[in-house]
Ligand binder design. Sequence first.
Ligand SMILES: [Zn+2]
Ligand SMILES: [Zn+2]
Length: 344
Amino acid sequence: MEKMRAMVLSECAPIETNPLKLSEIDRHEIKKQNEILIKIEACGVCHSQLHGIEGDWKHLGIPPSLPTIPGHELVGKVVQIGKDVTKFKVGDRAGITPLLEACKNCQYCNEGKEYLCESSIITGESLKGGYTEYITVIQDFATKVPENMKPEYAAPLFCAGITAFKAVKAAHPRPNKKIGIFGIGGVGHMAVQFAKVEGCDVIAFSRNQNHLDVANRLGANDSMVFSENQENFLNEIKDKHGMLDAAIVFAPSDIVTDTAIKSVKKGGIIVIATIGEKLSFIAFEEKTIRGTLIGSTKDMEQVIKICNEENLEVISETYPLEKANEVLKKLKDSQIEARAVLIP
Ligand SMILES: [Zn+2]
Ligand SMILES: [Zn+2]
């Protein structure tokens, strides 16, 4: 049996205790003839891994079992294909989103919303994750990545990118629509750019001035430092911009979500792209609050195409795979500008 290096989580624990252990485990092998074997070149580090590893999301059933290899936005080279594979050939570059597999049979799958499938398998919630050297996947759940796209550029598109893209679409973008983006990190900095591609007027909100500088550089029409003094903050937005047409929330914070809902005009849309709990809103204002989760394989193809054609920027910093614990610690301490990417 061939082996591979992996950062394995055997028990949820605070990241300061280095819960990910560098291990040599059996390399994944093609088991079904419609699968491909990918040699991973890069895997992004998503905030949700921090929650999963530290056990914050046990009440949501995450992780569903242990041990796991975390990591759910990865890109690599196809090194082997099953007999029935038609979508890829050896040598192609391919990427995987958090959706590793779905049933392809249920109502959601038939509607092209396979990411909502009840029997889906999530990348990084078993030994099939990205913080390692190899992974297998059914061809339909991998997406082609053009040869000219660097792996550390492409990897973050497979969770941060698609999440941002879908959230912007959910806000019904159109030219000059005033969209507020709350939370400018790995996902938010992509959302600013997707909204600009649609011609929207983008206002970026973050607690962190560095993140706002990034948003401004990427084309945001304005940016404002988020303040928990809600009344003053809302007045400040109104004075400068009037009420927003739509808001997208990436910051996992109740006060941010509540402020976002109140910043939108009557009849407007609020898109929650994070764990939204304890929402309150006034029904008579006819606002629409909607959730959003990654996206479909078709959405992923769109993301790759738009990023390639429009030359969107992905801000990433690379680290060796072995540094996964340190990188997650940095993420916890807000020391990552946008996205960290692990290179095996
Ligand atoms: Zn993610
Ligand atoms: Zn299904």
